[in-house]
Design a binder for this molecule. Structure first.
Ligand code: PEP
Length: 254
């Protein structure tokens, strides 16, 4: 189980092994062990080894993959496998990131199979949910995230739900510079928490819910201070070692 708050860096398709090594040296130099939070990196799969080499004396920082295929193995040229990722040292996996859903057509149903596979492989699934701008404008944000949550958890037992980490990432806020207000983020996190409670069997408060979408040094503290925000999933602002170190060292006021 991860300690909250969680600080997760999604590098997307940035930082090859050479950059990743330089980033980690600089980041670790500035970032002491922090026992009151969890730090996670999701580098491109080909840079994972470079990140892990740099982390050999920092078991407090975990590494994950940005994507896995919904089948464990087989004739799926070019895909990432959950079990191979685990063997290579990954401890977590992003599932249902908006770019996977909207650029690569990942379905709700596939996210459910991937969450199941992640737990079977002993990877922590970070299940991302979030509405598009048109869904927000149509006033259906709550039903969209509830649908995505239900599908993502569909193949888990009630007790297993406690092993999942959620990330609310409104699509209109990802990489756009538009951030949800702390109150908006908190409201949707509350909807997700209520849906977990309604599912039963799991202590809903046990499931961390991170916020993602144009988080930066200027807004991290206020987002983390918002009720029900248990961490941050950060893309663009995690690409600079100094800036990301400052964000993970944010003083958390609760
Ligand atoms: C993301 O990729 O998950 C993300 C939140 O990106 P950004 O921080 O750049 O909006």
């Amino acid at each position: 189980m991860l300690r909250t708050p969680i600080f997760a860096a999604n590098w997307k398709l940035n930082h090859g092994p050479t950059d990743a090594k330089a980033f980690m040296q600089r980041f670790l130099h500035q970032t002491p062990r922090l026992d009151d939070r969890s730090m996670l990196f999701f580098p491109p799969a080909l840079s994972m080894a470079a990140v892990m080499d740099a982390l050999h004396e920092r078991p407090d920082v975990l590494v994950g993959v940005q994507h896995v295929h919904s089948e464990a193995s087989g004739a799926f040229t070019g895909e990432n496998s959950a079990s191979i990722a685990r063997d290579a040292g990954a401890r977590a996996v992003l599932i249902g990131h908006s770019e996977r859903r909207h650029v690569f057509g990942e379905s709700d149903e596939a996210t459910g199979r991937k969450v199941r596979l992640a737990l079977d492989t002993r990877l922590i699934p970070m299940l991302c949910v979030g509405e598009t701008l048109s869904e927000r404008e149509a006033g259906i944000t709550e039903s969209v995230v509830e649908r995505q949550l239900t599908a993502g958890l569909a193949l888990l037992t009630d007790a297993e739900v406690g092993q999942v980490v959620l990330a609310y990432e409104p699509v209109w806020a990802i990489g756009t510079g538009r951030t949800a207000t702390p109150a908006d983020a908190s409201a949707i996190h509350g909807v997700l928490r209520a849906a977990l409670r309604a599912r039963g069997g799991v202590r809903a408060g046990q499931v961390p819910i991170c916020y993602g979408g144009s988080v930066n040094r200027g807004n991290a503290a206020e987002l983390l201070a918002a009720p029900d925000v248990d961490g941050l999933l950060v893309g663009g602002a995690s690409l600079d070692a100094d800036g990301w170190s400052a964000i993970v060292r944010t003083e958390v006021r609760r």
